[in-house]
Every structure is written in C-alpha cells, then in structure tokens.
Design a protein around this ligand. Structure first.
Ligand code: APR
Ligand code: ZN
Ligand code: ZN
Length: 361
C-alpha cells in the first residue's frame, strides 16, 4: 500500500522550500523503503533549490541520511527490514567500465530506484541525488543502503552519506595522505574539516588549515589542524611554504572550489606533491596556469568525486573509528532541527557558523 508521509520539497527555482505530504509507493524489485531518522543539510540541497543542478522541479530534498529499512522489494537480499543503514548516492551497476576498472564512484549506469514518489496530486518528485531524505520515509535502490553499527547516533551516521565522506575520502582515498606527510587544507567548512580529520587519521605530521574566517580556523584546530593561516591577512602560499621548511605541502586539499584557491593549492604544494580538488566550481570558472609550472612542479593534480569512496568499505570503517573514539564525527553536527527548519538552515549556511544542521525525525 502506498504511504503518505511528510517531506521537504523545493517547488520551483529559488522558491522557499516547504513541507508537503508525499506518496511513497511500495518497494519494487531491488528497492527498499527506508524510515529516515536523520538527514544533514548540504550545499547541494541549496543548489537544487536554486535550479543550479537541473530543472526537474519539484525536488524532494535531502541526501545525507541514515535510517531503518522498513520494507524491501523482490530479490533484495543485502538488506532486510530493521537494518540500520546510511544512504549513498548511487547503487553501482558492477559491470560498466568504471566499475570493472575499480572506480565505481564514476559509475553512471547506476541502478538507482526509478523515481516513483509523488505529491498527493500525482506530480512526480525528483529526489535529490537519487535519495530525497528530508522525509519521514523514502524509496531508494537497495544498493544505496549500507548497513552500519546501529549503536551510533543517526545524526552522526548520516553525515557519511555526503560531506564528511567527501572530505575524509579526499584525504585518504584521493590524496593518499601518508604517515609523516605535510598537508594543507584550503577552506575549512564541513568538507575541509573532514579532510583535516582524514589527514590526521592517515598519520600526517603537519596539517595546515587555511581559511579567511578565524572562527573556521578555530574549529579546524579542534579537528586536528596543527597550524592555521588566515589567507585574508596572510599570503597562503608563502605561509604554507614557510611552515614546511620552504618546500610546500606534500598534499594540498582545495575545499572551496574557486580559481584563486585552486591557484594557491597549485603553488603551495611541494615539488612532486599532490593537489586534490574537492570543492565544486561553477561552470563558468576558469584558471590559467603557466604550462611550464605544471611540467616543472611535477606531481599530480587530482579531483575527488564523493571522496572516491566505496560506501560498503568506507562507511562501516569510519563508523568503527568513530565508535573507538579515533575520530569524532559528532563534532560536525552544529545543530539538530526539524523538517520545517530546512529553509532556516540554508540561511545559516551563509552566516558561516554552521558545519552541519541535521534534520532529526
Ligand atoms: N580562501 C580560503 N577559504 C575560503 C575562501 C577563500 N578565498 N572562500 C571561502 N572560504 C572558506 C569559508 O570561510 C568556509 O569556511 O571555505 C569554507 C567553505 O565551507 P562551506 O561553505 O561550509 O562549504 P563545505 O560544505 O565545506 O563545502 C566546500 O566542497 O563539496 C564542496 O560544494 C561544496 O564547493 C563546496 C566545497
Ligand atoms: Zn557501473
Ligand atoms: Zn551533499
């Protein structure tokens, strides 16, 4: 029987989001209905609302979530009702070239659930990143559910579904930060702070946090930054060089997504060092670099897509580390809010004092 639940929808470009009754169909083959317990508010939800991702309004927002599997469709064996799961963006196919080459985070032949959630009048909803979890329940592909230890709080577990995984993964999966490395992280919002946590986890000797906001630098210290640089008042590249014996950092992680910060990252890395771009630029952004510098400085220029993560490997591992007290994922939760507060949470993002607002149901 289709169910009626409350969910947060973005009705049209730049229109305020609102709570509406939505209809969740029974799970079909390969699908699961998940009772959402918590879902973080991410920049990408705001981008959906602004029409910056695509025009397929109305959206059912929310994609950084944890909850309990309520029911599963035919053929689903990996998860069963009652399982505590973190949702991921995509149920990978396992057979496309990206999957076969061991890079399933680039699988575009996903087996996500066919969009069948609607408003009461039958209007089809587009779930954000194939999830749509600012809702009491949502319909996803079973392959988007990763079972984790139910002892961890849902508002913490859900964070792994997007921003925190993107940041930690940028350091440990994409940047391959290693023991004794020097790391600089440019931009210390939720994603940059998670990159700091990942760098510490990987055994970095020095972690230099760079931001234009002193409050962010203070938080970054709590996450494990050993040095901070306010790049509004100080030249970031010079400061990073100075803090690394004149060389530059082994790995520089750019978590802003702007040409000027990418340029800083490019020049702040040591010769043969690695630059990881995890901040998401807008389509019109361009950067010109002397090709001779690209050649002469060597190393690698990488970008990190969803932290280059394997949810089935990385979500349970990070939950374990959190449970052991080796990383503190709870530090990313600034506030817990209700379904009706998402619009307010978008406003707070700009004030710069929130790492994550998390909707708790
Ligand atoms: N130099 C250094 N830091 C900057 C600069 C700059 N020129 N401009 C902004 N920042 C800092 C902000 O002060 C803030 O602390 O970058 C941080 C950005 O953090 P958030 O806005 O909280 O964004 P976050 O969720 O961390 O995401 C960062 O990664 O996944 C992408 O789409 C996301 O592009 C975004 C980026
Ligand atoms: Zn695939
Ligand atoms: Zn997100």
């Amino acid at each position: 029987m289709p169910q009626h639940v409350q969910g947060v929808i973005a009705p049209g470009r730049n229109e305020p989001v609102r709570v509406e009754t939505i209809v969740i169909p029974d799970p079909g083959p390969g699908e699961a209905v998940v009772k959402i317990q918590a879902c973080g508010v991410c920049h990408t939800d705001l981008h959906y609302k602004q029409g910056a991702i695509n025009d397929e309004f109305p959206f059912l927002l929310g994609h950084e979530a944890a909850g309990i599997v309520e029911s599963v469709g035919e053929g689903v064996t990996d998860v069963t009702p009652g399982d505590f799961v973190v949702l991921n963006w995509r149920a990978v196919c396992g057979t496309c070239r990206a999957c076969l080459r061991g890079r399933p985070w680039y699988c575009f032949a996903t087996h996500n659930a066919k969009q069948r959630m609607t408003l009461l009048d039958g209007t089809e909803l587009s779930p954000a990143l194939g999830i749509g979890a600012f809702a009491e329940k949502t319909l996803v592909a079973a392959g988007q559910c990763t079972k984790v230890d139910p002892a961890v709080a849902p508002e913490v577990a859900g964070l792994l579904g997007c921003g925190v995984m993107a940041g930690i993964g940028a350091a440990i999966n994409t940047g391959n930060v290693g023991r004794g490395d020097t790391v600089a992280v440019i931009g210390c919002g939720g994603v940059g702070d998670a990159a700091i946590v990942g760098s510490r986890l990987a055994g970095a000797a020095k972690i230099i946090a760079v931001d234009i906001d002193d409050r962010k630098l203070e938080t970054a210290k709590g996450m494990g930054a050993t040095h901070t640089v306010n790049s509004r008042s100080t030249d970031a590249v010079e400061a990073i060089r100075e803090l690394t014996g004149g060389f530059g950092a082994d790995v520089v992680i750019e978590a802003v997504g702007r040409p000027e910060t990418y340029r800083q990252a490019f020049y702040a890395r040591d010769l043969a060092g690695t630059v990881v771009l995890v901040g998401v630029p807008t389509p019109e952004m361009k950067l010109e670099l002397p090709l001779l510098d690209v050649f002469g400085r060597g190393g690698s220029l990488k970008s990190s897509w969803y932290g280059d993560c394997l949810p089935s490997r990385d979500f349970p591992m990070l939950i374990d580390l959190h449970q052991q007290g080796r990383i503190d994922l709870a530090a990313f939760v600034t506030e817990t809010i209700g379904l009706g507060d998402v619009e307010k949470a978008f406003a707070r993002m700009h004030e710069g004092d929130v790492l994550r607002s998390v909707v708790v149901l």
